[in-house]
Design a protein around this ligand. Structure first.
Ligand SMILES: Cc1ncc(COP(=O)(O)O)c(C=O)c1O
Length: 371
């Protein structure tokens, strides 16, 4: 097969005229900051995932940080899996907590509930359970022996049925290569109204939204005046992490396209599953296919990455275990993750891929193994 002319990225966002139209409308409206589009996005998103409350933020990282800040969780231990993005390991450190990194299940690569149980310390007050690559983490099993706070990391599981429903709160990511990308952005969802009330003011320095004050909704304005109220009173130490209408407008369009986007990702998964060489171990089935994390022999993995690179096919590894990064080094061993990550290779999977692109990847992977 002839080598293609341009690179096939491992992941990338995909948009059309609908996104341009939505952004133009917000530009023309004169309200670019947090306003009606954010409100609409929060309501629609909460409905989609079956949550009582949703708070749109600048990223999932900021969202996880605000959840722990709202809970006042500091000086304790927070557990999370070693196969994950760095966010889950460092958010505890941002809150002066210890980051207790746990080994993973060899099949799903999600946090291993048995290893978690052994790793719990008397002051482990929270667990961050990542739905790795869209596969649901074993939260019910964790709940059978752990009664602390469970933050469900849904960065890869938008939308896997059931995601976000089992944690005390869930955080979602709309970063540029996620299933519902807005460039950057995130959502916090919870059914806990008191937690919701605590998180909301933290997103903007403890100030009530300017837009709500133009609408006569003066949650923390001074006095109860009709119409626009410029004044507000700040009672809590807040941060700056709210989403703006330009981002929410993209989110609303991407949300409408989500079912089609996911069905295309599942099609890619199905073709890889049925057509790739038997030398390639298939990943656990995912409803979102945030990554197609295949596994191959560790002695061939890096050679395959270089070989595909020469054919202009970009690949990645999700993830190098977090405990291997000096910033969160742990004083223990991780037998499963240390063995499995050396076999991982993520093949291209995204909405901009064509049927020919999928065939191209399959052809060159199989060609590599036929040698
Ligand atoms: C598992 C996981 N959690 C959290 C995040 C952080 O998301 P964001 O980039 O929106 O901060 C990511 C991002 O890739 C992720 O993969």
């Amino acid at each position: 097969m002839e080598i293609r002319k341009s690179v096939l990225p491992v992941s990338r966002p995909h948009s059309g005229p609908e996104e341009i139209q939505a952004i133009s409308e917000v530009l023309d409206s004169g309200w670019w900051g947090k306003g009606p589009k954010v409100e609409e996005f929060e309501k629609s998103f909460a409905k989609m995932v079956g949550a009582k409350h949703a708070i749109a933020v600048t990223s999932a990282s900021a969202g996880q940080d605000l959840v722990f800040k709202a809970l006042g969780m500091t000086g304790v231990d927070i557990a999370s899996p070693t196969i994950s993005f760095m966010t889950t390991a460092v958010v505890p450190l941002w809150n002066n907590c210890t980051s207790n990194i746990v080994d993973v299940d060899p099949v799903s690569l999600n946090i291993d509930p048995n290893d978690l149980r052994k790793s719990l310390k008397p002051n482990t007050n929270a667990v961050i359970a990542v739905n790795n690559a869209g596969v649901l983490a074993p939260i019910d099993e964790i709940r059978s022996y752990f009664d602390g706070f469970i933050l469900e990391d849904c960065a890869h599981s938008c939308y896997t049925p059931g995601a976000g429903a089992r944690g005390d709160a869930a955080v979602w990511s709309f970063q540029a290569v996620k299933t519902m990308p807005t460039g950057d952005g995130g959502m916090i969802t919870t059914n806990d109204s008191s937690l919701y009330e605590k998180i909301l003011p933290l997103t903007w320095l403890g100030i009530s939204s300017t837009y709500s004050r133009t609408q006569g909704k003066n949650s923390n304005s001074v006095g109860n005046r009709p119409g626009y109220t410029w004044d507000y009173q700040i009672d809590v130490l807040g941060y700056k992490a709210y989403m703006i209408d330009l981002t929410a407008a993209l989110g609303l369009v991407q949300m409408k396209k989500l079912p089609a986007a996911l069905s295309w990702r599942r099609h890619i998964q199905e073709r890889y599953n049925s057509e790739l060489s038997s030398e390639v171990q298939r990943p656990a089935h995912s409803e979102t296919v945030q990554y197609y994390g295949a596994r191959v022999s560790p002695s061939l993995r890096d050679e395959l990455i270089s070989y595909l690179g020469e054919k202009l096919i970009h690949t990645s590894v999700h993830y190098k275990p977090l405990h291997l990064h000096p910033v969160v080094k742990q004083n223990r061993t991780f037998p499963v993750a240390d063995k499995e990550w050396l076999r991982l290779i993520s093949l291209p999977c995204h909405g901009a891929m064509t049927e020919e692109d999928i065939s191209y990847v399959i052809y060159w992977v199989n060609e590599f193994f036929s040698k």
